[in-house]
Design a protein around this ligand. Sequence first.
Ligand code: ADP
Ligand code: MG
Length: 206
Amino acid sequence: MTVTRDTVLDWMNRFAGEMSEHRQELVRLDTAIGDGDHGTNMDRGMRKALEKLSGSEPADAGAALKTVAMALISSVGGAAGPLYGTLMLQMGNALGGGSEVDLESYAGAWRKGLEGVQARGKAQPGDKTMVDALTPAVEALEAASDLDAGLRAAAEAAQEGMKATIPLVARKGRASYLGERSRDHQDPGATSTYYLFKSAAEALAG
Ligand code: ADP
Ligand code: MG
């Protein structure tokens, strides 16, 4: 099994659907420990991304991810837009122009994406950010021996990482301004990252 351009397009369609469906949930989470815009940011960014994808006919998986990245970077003002943009830009660059991506290259691209997010945002695991969902998910994919099971394990690991942000005190982003008061809330960015992996696993399963 491999990841192709069409798998990435299906993934982005599903992720945009999740961001639209869960916009209010993400707004509610961000209202508790931020400024309440994460749901609207991600929904707007992914709508733009779908628009760009339908107008551009990307040649391969890497080009599709780069198109999404540029749409997110240019249309989302908050912290998460540029961070998701960086994730997808680094993934797209790592995939290059290959038409069929195997597990090893795919896991490698996610690792590059995570490194990009951390280079840009300086967050470590435990800082209560999207990195807390991304890190265990990328590790699960790297440990997998087949793509389909690997992505399902990654989605589960992202969900665990998301839930594990609840007791944490935020050390990065707006939530960090709250100090102790950020405890006992689930991080919005870790939540959208769970949906990113959930939709990737579903797109691969078809
Ligand atoms: P903003 O905080 O600018 O309003 P969003 O509300 O769209 O942007 O996104 C907030 C999410 O972004 C947080 O829940 C967190 O997961 C993520 N985030 C914020 N700062 C960082 C950072 N430095 N590194 C990684 N993720 C971050
Ligand atoms: Mg916000």
